[in-house]
Design a protein around this ligand. Structure first.
Ligand code: MSP
Length: 515
């Protein structure tokens, strides 16, 4: 049995509705997971929501809601969107779940017992209005804290700290030993360099608690009921708490070990410091070995006309509205085709519409429709198996698709699949089946063209599975190909002699463009 491929996304913060960045990360991870399933590899795909914290507590308060009622409402929006977009996660990580709380508390207790934490009193500038400590970053150009913070006072507060700095040299060594290895720590490579620079500068320890007088909406410190744990011990631990990890001594970890280490799909903003520094140090403190450290697959950001998407700019793109208007396939396709994993891209509705019309409606949809219609008209829908001049080309593109997905580059895989569709459409124009059909002497040529097109479409329906699974299945239904899709079935020539195609049904209605 192949090893389980374990893949997670960042858990989305439930302080507001899902936006296009959240949708991208889910769709990217979903495509990678679906490709592995096509290979016959068992997959564990975990995603979820990060539900605790100060901002949630404040947002709920403003609305006069209990924090739990507030996050339940937002969580429902995320779940509805993932269902609409066909996200095929195997497990759901919601950080208010008892299994998670138990695991986090067990981890905290274990690290407290083994001397990885200490309590300390530190002072800082505190905004009474915003109920938060301010850092140097919050000072304006004049060196003062702006009026948005209201009254700012200097206060001293006791908290718990994780001895982070003592992991610095180990972390540098890990980054170096795993760079350019078959099991990289950070993908893409240039992000590993960025992480390394940050680790070089690492000096302080990590504050991991908040007194309950300031924050109640969190997981209570098991060794001190006056505190909750703050942000990272809560959020990052989801990757193991929902994969069966149990921090108690002597626990049975066999399920967990079959699901670990995972590939974490995260945005570039949460590599340094949370995933690249805190998380790896936390795992090490818990006793994870070097070869049990995860892989961090770091994707870029979708921007809007070159600018960051933000509530204050009012330019947040709502994926639920787009999926409603254009259909989930159009949105998935655009989010996977128009960005190279690791790089940023600009979100554009025009590009979404153009790609859908040009690639899905014109190239793939028309090819399927023409092929089924011609085979019906000229051959009553029955194929004759023959050799094909495109067999080598299509097999080569299927291999390129597989390699691109293996290296987490759906846009390159989509490109390889599109080359097949383009080549097939050119083949129709070059061979003009409507002319061949008029000449009895060309019957064998016509059979050859119809087989080439149908077989290419069958293979294409597998290559499209990770990106637009519903339409890929519909293509197979129209081709009357009932076998389970798999990478093994991308081999040329599996449609048997005498195969009967089904009825053509338009798959990708064109989007009417605004003049
Ligand atoms: N809750 C934390 C992550 C904890 S992981 C243990 C968080 N949440 S978030 O809701 O702010 O972001 C969730 C993910 O969406 C992150 O990986 C983030 O990088 C990604 N994106 C947020 N905005 C994005 C874009 N504009 N474009 C692409 N991805 C973006 O961070």
């Amino acid at each position: 049995m192949a090893r389980t491929f374990s893949i997670t996304t960042a858990i989305d913060y439930t302080n507001g509705a899902p936006h296009i960045g959240h949708a991208y990360e889910k769709v990217l991870t979903d495509a990678i997971a679906r490709h592995r399933r096509l290979r016959g590899q068992p997959v564990f795909f975990l995603t979820g929501v990060d539900q605790h914290g100060q901002k949630v507590q404040q947002s709920a308060q403003k609305l006069g809601l209990e924090p739990k009622a507030f996050v339940d409402g937002i969580t429902a929006q995320f779940l509805a969107l993932w269902s609409k977009l066909g996200i095929s996660h195997d497990a759901w990580a919601a950080t208010t779940e008892p299994v998670h709380i138990r695991c986090v508390q067990g981890m905290l207790q274990r690290l407290w017992d083994s001397g990885h934490f200490y309590k300390d009193k530190r002072g800082g500038h505190y905004s009474v209005r915003q109920e938060q400590f301010l850092t140097e970053k919050e000072r304006g150009p004049d060196g003062e804290f702006g009026p948005e913070w209201g009254e700012v006072v200097y206060i001293e507060e006791e908290n718990y700290y994780f001895k982070l700095a003592e992991h610095r040299d180990w972390l540098l060594g890990l980054i170096d030993s795993r760079s350019k290895s078959a099991h990289p720590l950070v993908i893409p490579e240039f992000r590993a360099a960025e992480l390394r620079n940050a680790v070089e500068k690492l000096s302080g320890d990590l504050c991991i608690s908040r007194p309950k007088s300031r924050l109640t909406w969190g997981i209570e410190m098991p060794f001190d009921p006056g505190f909750v744990t703050y942000v990272w011990f809560d959020a990052l631990s989801n990757y193991i708490s929902f994969a069966g990890y149990d921090p108690s001594p002597g626990a049975d970890l066999s399920t967990f070990q079959s699901l670990w280490p995972a590939v974490h799909v995260i945005g570039k903003d949460i590599l340094v410091p949370p995933h690249g520094i805190y998380w790896l140090a936390m795992l090490r403190a818990l006793g994870f070995a070097d070869n049990e450290m995860p892989t961090l697959l770091v994707h870029g950001w979708w921007n809007i006309a070159g600018a960051k998407m933000s509530k204050s700019l009012g330019n947040i793109v709502d994926p639920a509205a787009l999926a409603e208007k254009y259909g989930p396939a159009a949105l998935r396709w655009y989010l996977l085709a128009d960005i190279a994993t690791g790089r940023d891209a600009d979100f554009s509705i025009e590009r979404l519409e153009q790609r859908y019309n040009a690639e899905l409606a014109n190239n793939i949809g028309n090819l399927l429709n023409r092929t089924l219609n011609m085979t019906r008209r000229y051959r009553g829908g029955t194929l004759k198996k023959c050799g094909s001049p495109l067999a080598g080309f299509v097999s080569e593109k299927a291999k390129a698709w597989d390699a691109a997905m293996e290296s987490y580059q759906p846009h390159a895989a989509i490109e390889a699949a599109m080359e097949i569709a383009v080549r097939c459409n050119a083949h129709v124009e070059e061979t003009a089946p409507w002319k061949l059909a008029k000449d009895e002497a060309q019957a064998a040529q016509l059979d050859g063209v119809l087989y080439t097109l149908s077989e290419s479409l069958r293979i294409l329906s597998i290559l499209l599975e990770p990106f637009i699974p519903e339409q890929a299945a519909a293509m197979r239904a129209q081709l009357n190909w009932t076998a389970e899709p798999s990478t093994a079935a991308t081999e040329w020539g599996l449609l048997p002699d005498g195969h009967q195609l089904s009825e053509p049904v338009p798959l990708f209605p064109r989007i009417e463009l605004q003049p």
